[in-house]
Design a protein around this ligand. Sequence first.
Ligand code: DHB
Length: 395
Amino acid sequence: MTSYVSSTRTRVAIVGGGPAGLALSRLLSVAGVDSVVIDNRTHHEIETTHRAGILERDSVRLLLDAGVSDRVLRDGHEHQGIDLRFGGVSHRIDFQKLVGASCWLYPQTDVFLDLHAARIRDGGDLRYGISDAAVTDHREAPRVTYSDANGAHHEITAELVVGADGSRSICRDLVDNPQRYFREYPFAWFGILAEAPPSAPELIYTRSPHGFALISQRTPTVQRMYFQCAPTENPADWSDDRIWAELQRRLAGSDGFALKEGPIIQKSVLPFRSFVQSPMRDGNLLLAGDAAHTVPPTGAKGLNLALADVRVLADVIERALLKNDDDALDSYTTRALERVWKAQHFSYWMTTMLHRIPDTTDFDELRQLGELTTLVSSEAGSTYLAEGYTGWPHH
Ligand code: DHB
């Protein structure tokens, strides 16, 4: 028999203390529902992992409505549009004019820090740096066990368990006989952080004959950029000079745009795939965010989709636990997956419209340019992009 140095009873045990798990525990706390959050990563590991940097309008609203922080409005940057660049010329998509909405440049690591600080402020039970997490009996009497940094065993019993444990989820495998939908892409992204001033006030999504590139930002002195590469690419093979030469040739054009260079302080290759698991619930276990779905990064939907799941999940959990509404949990998968598949399509569409498919044909290249030309010259086309990018309303 394992002996436990602590045994905690709570209403919701949340496996995963990234933005999805923390946002859920915050919304539940505001509604008066106790939770315990565990994560095998340390706070430092999460804080120093670079992720995407764009928040949809309703992701910002969630942080504000939940009283997490208004730092996003003070330190983040409102972007009222993006540039689509192809044929060596940039075309602005004006979100405000098309749909009356903006998005915010605010890195995921800052979202994590704000949520963490909010939970510490309201007395949240957050346990980082644990190992050997296991969930048992999730249909009858859910129990989560784990070891702490000293190897001592702990136990949490709960009414519900939420798997917000990311793309390497352990909770996902507890769903009985799930459907799993995958799509692989024959490329990846090479991501860098560079010490340089911004080259443009907003993001530039670029399609070039040499492949995709994205010019994003972080601070007035640090910029984030990505370019399409082979999935097998090794960052160590890329000197700063080689990276800048590659980015420069993808951004080259006739409209006077100049990409500003500087020392590169971080390099990594990002995985690239689409994945959905359905259902997102089994008994008293519910999944949120990357544990249930992954999108390719083009369009920055990953974090936004996780926060949208959490908004629905907080609602169904509150109805189930506070109003004894037995049907509430049943509705979760259908409600969450509707948006998941819209975002899957949006991310797939942005990806295939802007990336170079290896061994592509002249037909496909010219068709891709035809699509981009239609998009930037049609209000209907631009409006679809603006609506999807700034995010469909949460409900
Ligand atoms: C960023 C990442 C994305 O995938 C994207 O579409 C836009 C911005 C970023 O990290 O800044």
